[in-house]
Write a protein that binds this ligand. Sequence first.
Ligand code: NAD
Length: 359
Amino acid sequence: MTASGDGPVRIGVVGAGFMGRQHIEFVRAAKGAELSAVADPLAAVEEFGCPTFPSAAAALEAVELDAVIIASPNSLHVDTAIEFLEAGVAVLLEKPIAVDYRESIRLVQAVARLDGRLLVGHHRRHHPAVARARSALRDGTIGQVVAVSGIWSARKDESYFTDIPWHSRQGAGVMLINVVHDLDLLRHLCGEVAEVQALRSSHARGLAVEDTVSLNLRFQSGTVGSFLASDAGASPWGWDQSTEETLSFPYFPDGVAYQFTGTRGALSVPNLATYSYDPSVSADWHSPLSRTYLQVAPRGSFEAQLDHFLDVARGDAAPLVSAEDASRTLALVEAAALAAASGSTVDVAGFRADAEASS
Ligand SMILES: NC(=O)c1ccc[n+]([C@@H]2O[C@H](COP(=O)([O-])OP(=O)(O)OC[C@H]3O[C@@H](n4cnc5c(N)ncnc54)[C@H](O)[C@@H]3O)[C@@H](O)[C@H]2O)c1
């Protein structure tokens, strides 16, 4: 089913927890969208001003939907998405696409088989600074990209771990919960990662899962990079502190999450500061570097993501983050975890091939 004519896209939301409730508010506020159903076994009937159901299947049975946003627990993502794709409904699926790379292959195959419209919710890619940085890196604004350095470090509250037990068990940890976003953006900005090395530590919190990781990356382009992440170390550095995306985090307007160096200059993201030599002269480390800021119109990532999803649902746009794209991000996170566990360099394409062969 596709949204017909000029009518609003009829959207259902599956999973009305922390993230689903935010999506519900975005749908309510969006032009061209109509909240038509909510499915969650814990949601009270009519709590959301639209029909409410105990399961995705019940919503699908009772209401005509053009699109669905799936924000249920990760283990349900693949089966629920396939259920809606088989009914011809467009899907915005929260990240991670699946619990692991092997499971994500099933969804990638289903999207191809059903010619499905599916967008994965790596919302940061919709931030205006990301599109601007990507075009600057591609059009040679800083010359050939030599290296990238990134950081995400913030001190999570104790209750994050004590009140939500799965946050301190295997399957969580800073890598799967937070670094997945950064690795997705680094892939989007620099292309595929060829090799990854990793060190991880749980020394700061003493939990079963890691609180701190340090990654080394070699991209297929030849660019090399490093990324440091911690949920134990307080800092102003990282995407969440450098954007106004989540109001419950402190915001540093000139903040930096990633720094790119090139043969002709440098770029930091998301503040979009560019440092460059005078283009008319042959320049090197003795030459002055001037700083300017690339300009973008401010826009929230989640609002932009929803607008894009409406276009995907109407069949007017290909998804910015396809199932296959997101599955590669998941594979990279797993390859990094393997590198940390084994203490060796992991070839990412080889890791994917092994997983595909054994799936
Ligand atoms: N994009 C982001 O930045 C971001 C941030 C947080 C969470 N997420 C993702 O959103 C998803 C949900 O996370 P959350 O933090 O909101 O979790 P949550 O536990 O707060 O919410 C999950 C909801 O799903 C409901 N649910 C459970 N089983 C269900 C079923 N069979 N059918 C329908 N609903 C069901 C639960 O009752 C709960 O209300 C996860 O995939 C998570 O990774 C994304």
